[in-house]
Write a protein of this length. Sequence first.
Length: 343
Amino acid sequence: MASFALAFGTATKNKDGKIIEAFFPTPVLNPSDSLVSALADVVGYQGGNEAFEVEAAQCAAIASAFAAADEQAAASFATKAAESNQPLVLAILATDEKPASVAEGFLKLQLISHRLAKPHGIVLDGIFGLLHNIAWTNQGPIDLPELAERQMEARLKGETLTVDCVDKFPKMVDYVVPAGVRIADTARVRLGAHVGEGTTVMHEGFINFNAGTEGVSMVEGRISAGVMVGNGSDIGGGASIMGTLSGGGQIVISIGENSLLGANAGLGFPLGDRCTIESGLYVTAGTKVSMLDANGQEVETVKARDLAGKTDLLFRRNSVTGKIECLTNKSAVELNAELHANN
C-alpha cells in the first residue's frame, strides 16, 4: 500500500466542527508499506488521499505502528497525544495531488518547511482557495467569525487576546524551526517556506510559502511565492523578487548560486549563477538590456528573458544614458552566439 506522505498531529476546529488548521510535528515522506498498512488497520483507511479524525484511545496503536517502522519521534508524539484534549488527525496521502482538505494542505506546507520537499517539488495547486483567513493569536488559531466573542470573553477574564496576524498562512516557526537558521522577525517567514541550513533572514527579509533558499543566504529583501534562491546567494535590503502571485504568472523565477540581488533591486526573470544586479535596478523579463563587450562597447540589445539562467552576468544602469547594461566575463560576442545557438 504505497503512499506519498503521511503524518499524525493535532488540529483546531471552529464551532461548526470544521478543521481550520493542523499541526504535524513529524511528517513522513514516502512511508513504508508496512507503516501505511498498520495505520490503515487503526483508522480504516482504504486508499487515496484522506484525513482521519482520531480518538485518544487509538493513539497507542498509532504509536506502536510508528515505533515498528522506526519512526521514533512520531511514536513519542502519538504516545503523548493520548493524554491530550485537542482534536487529533491522521493524514495519509497516497499520491501527490492538489490538496482537497485543510489537513492535507497544512501537511504539504509542513513537508516543505521541514525540508522534506522543495518548492515546486510537490503539488500545491488550489491551496490559496482551500485555506481561509484565520486570526493567529496568543491563544492559538481562531476562526474569524468567532474572534469578536473570544476577545470579549478574554477581556471579561481580565486577559488580552493578542492577534498577531489575520492570514491564510501562519508563521513557520509556530510549526517548525529548521536547523541552522536565524530569523530576526519570525512573522516574516510563512509556513510553507523552505529555509535552507545556513540562511539568515534579517528584520526586513521575507520568505513566502512555496519559496525559499537552498542553503547559506543572507535575506534582507523579499522572496515571493514560488521563488527559489540558490546556495550562497544574497538578497539585499529592500530588494524584491517577482513571484507567481505578483505578476510573474507561471514563470518559475529563481536565483542561481553565489549571486547577489543588490539593495532595493528587483528581479523578474530566472537569474543564473554568479550574477549581480546592482543596487536600485529592477530588471523584469521584458527589460531591454545592452550587451557590452570587453571594451565597454555595445554589441546588441536583448530582452532580459533571453539571459535567463546565464552565468557570470553583471547588470547595471548607465548613469549618463540611463540604459541598462550587461557585462560578462565572457565576451558579449561569445554570449550572443550562445543565445542564438538554437535559433
